[in-house]
Design a protein around this ligand. Structure first.
Ligand SMILES: NC(=O)c1ccc[n+]([C@@H]2O[C@H](COP(=O)([O-])OP(=O)(O)OC[C@H]3O[C@@H](n4cnc5c(N)ncnc54)[C@H](OP(=O)(O)O)[C@@H]3O)[C@@H](O)[C@H]2O)c1
Length: 256
């Protein structure tokens, strides 16, 4: 039996990943802050396959979060074939007026926890195991109006690729999942409101996004897109001067 560890499984992509992986035959260990949501997910997955999900509550912003994670793993003698570094959040607003605690938490969750937990988890990975890091289209460009979030996702994409090359000698893989807008709680948490970006890049169904992620995972693609058409968008983004793209993003991030 293969085992997956999924962060941020109490809603959105993490929850959908868990259900899809249980259907694929994985046992899943999941964590987030909202234990009631994780319990409901466990019950739902129990209907698909008995005892397929184990969960624990963890606030990844705690300074000892990685220690708690490792202690749980040791206590249960878990090893993993797949780790999905998914927990993350964004926040919309001008950098100048953004709350410093929000920025700090975003960097801590999206970058620091992801990095430190990856480092700590290496000894618990089975041979040929994979880290799947949830980045974003935002990780391929600069994002005025949602500056720090875009920057954190640039970090995730860069980190993921470098890990994939470094991990070759360990027999491990590190892949990046690059979703565009997906219907989850992300927009509410980010206080996104009505932005022009959603007229130009419509949000997609979470289950379809996950179906594509799992297909890409099976094919071991280094960069897995949620929408095949985003390949053209990324081709344009890479081909145009970075500043042009950033100015276009600034317009799209503005209110309708
Ligand atoms: N939806 C999109 O359009 C989109 C597009 C590109 C990339 N992404 C990325 O996809 C990932 C998942 O986001 P989502 O769209 O599924 O949003 P979501 O529905 O808001 O889910 C975020 C998950 O992260 C968990 N989380 C947040 N803070 C946490 C903390 N301090 N400790 C532990 N877990 C925490 C949340 O659980 P609790 O609140 O229960 O802790 C929740 O399960 C994120 O990395 C996001 O950047 C999303």
């Amino acid at each position: 039996m293969k085992r997956a560890l999924i962060s941020g499984a109490s809603s959105g992509l993490g929850e959908a990943f868990t259900k899809a992986l249980v259907k694929e035959g994985y046992d899943c260990v999941v964590f987030a802050r909202r234990g009631d949501r994780l319990k409901a997910l466990q019950d739902e997955c129990h209907d698909i396959r008995n005892h397929s999900v184990e969960f624990f509550e963890l606030d990844a912003l705690r300074s000892d979060a990685v220690d708690i994670l490792e202690a749980k793993i040791k206590e249960n003698s878990w090893t993993f074939d797949l780790v999905i570094n998914n927990a993350g959040f964004g926040y919309v607003g001008d950098f100048e007026t953004m709350d410093e605690t929000v920025m700090h938490d975003m960097i801590t969750l999206n970058c620091t926890f992801l990095t430190m937990s990856t480092h700590r988890l290496i000894p618990y990975m089975n041979p040929h195991a994979t880290f799947l890091n949830v980045s974003s289209l935002a990780g391929e460009m600069s994002g005025p109006g949602m500056n720090v979030y875009y920057a954190t996702k640039n970090y995730v994409s860069a980190f993921s690729l470098a890990c994939d090359i470094e991990f070759k000698s360990l027999g491990l893989r590190s892949l990046a999942f690059i979703p565009g807008p997906v219907h989850t709680e992300f927009g509410r948490v980010a206080k996104a409101g009505p932005m022009k970006v959603f007229n130009h890049v419509p949000s997609m169904d979470v289950d379809l996004a996950i179906k594509r992620a799992i297909k890409g995972l099976q094919k071991k693609q280094r960069f897995i897109l949620s929408q095949p058409s985003h390949r053209v968008l990324l081709w344009l983004v890479k081909g145009l001067p970075r500043v042009w793209v950033a100015k276009a993003v600034a317009k799209l991030q503005s209110k309708r």
